[in-house]
Design a protein around this ligand. Structure first.
Ligand code: DLL
Length: 430
């Protein structure tokens, strides 16, 4: 553990700490952020009405549209003279979401990333191959700061330039690497193509996040790079990477949410009502200790569940892997569809590998999905019986008929360093 006092704090103490932090934050919001001052006044809520985190459900949500409406700095709670860094996440449409950090916020960012690194298997003295993009994206600089605080030597490779990444992995001998899971797939595949024996690489741990991924991708990356791969989750609005992290010795049981800083709730996608632990819904965060960019019940749009794990080393709550984003959910002939549902089926079929795309088109008034997926080495992609098997399985499991187009190995675009687009939406063009 990086900070045992906090990471294994008894739950009643943790609730007290969270409640104190929430009350302080609410007062700061009302004092310094006109948007929240008006919002709470409109709802008839004074900061004093909120006694602690148990009262959170009385408070309104903050949505991405609120951030856009106050672009770029309208929700900052500190004057610019106290801001030390600005990051932004590029939306698929329109202006980016801009977030600010005070010095104290950056210290918290470093600490939660340092905790996450230890959770993933990293130790002081190790080298981190950091292949998250450096720049406005929080991944590169976020991991960098945490690793520096932990006492690691950071190799700031950033994303892309796969040849150079492989040379660095071979020659600089980093024990830990971090990048998106789809880019880790690319690196694993390139090692195989070039005859690089992963056992000869020093790298032991891979910290993967910034996009949804599945157990099959984990197996593929772990075998292809000879690493233990864990999940890191985060979003720029809340801080960046390091909102939650999976422990390398508790793989598959979910990721610890650093809830002394980021208070999580899971709510019903339609009604906004908080859901019981273990039930899947929209993940919502309240940033109880952020200074420059405090957010009340921020609607992340990410779909998962949260739960306490009695067998866990730490006391903090865990979250399941993200199934998808509510705004990425496709509604095809009335059926809700996340691309990860198709991925799970692909994972289950021996003759396929999880290199795939879903292509959404409109035929007349109906939306249709084509699954374009690679077959494994040595499998004939033109064998129609294989396409039929996949079609049938999707029909039986999801209840939808999809066009299947099996591809030869290597045909589907790979991640060139960043997040990979799994869904190609051609409806707008149609
Ligand atoms: O992706 C921060 C990050 C950097 C996380 C590096 C992990 C590693 P944004 O660009 O603001 O920030 O995108 C945030 O990415 O709301 C999720 O939809 C998705 N996401 C992030 N981590 C995961 C993950 C960074 N582990 C959005 N699994 C979030 C699934 C993830 N989705």
């Amino acid at each position: 553990m990086y900070n045992p006092t906090i990471e294994s704090m008894p739950l009643d103490k943790l609730r007290q700490l969270q409640s104190e932090r929430l009350k302080t934050m609410l007062q700061r919001m009302v004092d310094n952020v006109p948007f929240y001052r008006h919002l709470l006044r409109e709802k008839g809520i004074a900061p004093g009405d909120i006694k602690g985190v148990d009262d959170l459900a009385k408070l309104p949500f903050t949505k991405k549209s609120d951030l856009r409406d106050h672009y770029p700095y309208g929700l900052f709670a500190n004057p610019m003279s106290e801001i030390r860094r600005i990051h932004a996440s590029s939306g698929t449409t329109g202006k980016p979401t801009v977030v600010g950090y005070t010095e104290n916020d950056l210290n918290i960012f470093d600490e939660v990333v340092a905790r996450s690194l230890v959770c993933a298997g990293a130790k002081p003295g190790m080298k981190l191959h950091n292949a998250y993009g450096y720049g406005l994206f929080t991944g590169g600089l976020g991991m960098h700061g945490g690793a520096t605080l932990l006492g690691m030597a950071v190799i700031p490779v950033s994303g892309g330039m796969t040849d150079r990444q492989l040379t660095i992995l071979q020659d600089f001998e980093p024990e830990v690497m971090c990048c998106t899971p789809s880019y880790a797939q690319t690196l694993a595949e390139e090692c195989r193509k070039r005859g690089i024996d992963p056992k000869e690489l020093a790298v032991k741990f891979a910290i993967l996040g910034a996009e949804p991924w599945t157990e099959t991708i984990r197996s593929q990356v772990e075998a292809g790079l000879d690493v233990t791969a864990t999940n890191i989750y985060g979003l720029s609005e809340i801080i960046g990477p390091g909102v939650s992290q999976e422990d390398f010795q508790e793989k598959g049981s979910g990721s610890y949410v650093w809830e002394d800083h980021f208070f999580p709730e899971v709510v019903d996608r339609d009604t906004g009502e908080p859901l019981p632990y273990g039930q899947e819904g929209v993940l919502v965060f309240t940033t109880i200790s952020r200074e420059a960019f405090p957010l009340l019940r921020y609607w992340t749009n990410d779909i998962c569940s949260i739960y306490y794990d009695a067998n866990a080393k730490r006391t903090h709550i865990k979250m399941s892997a993200i199934k998808g984003r509510a705004d990425d959910m496709l509604i095809i002939r009335g059926v809700n569809l996340f691309y990860t549902q198709v991925e799970e089926i692909i994972d289950d079929m021996d003759f396929l590998v999880p290199n795939y795309q879903l292509i959404v088109t409109r035929e007349g008034t109906m939306d249709a999905v084509e699954v374009s997926c690679e077959v494994g080495d040595g499998v004939n992609h033109e064998d129609d019986s294989l396409a039929q098997q996949l079609l049938q399985r999707i029909k039986n499991t999801i209840g939808l008929s999809m066009k299947i187009s099996l591809q030869a190995p290597g045909a589907i675009p790979r991640s060139q360093g960043g997040k990979l687009q799994r869904v190609v939406d051609r409806r707008i063009m149609a």
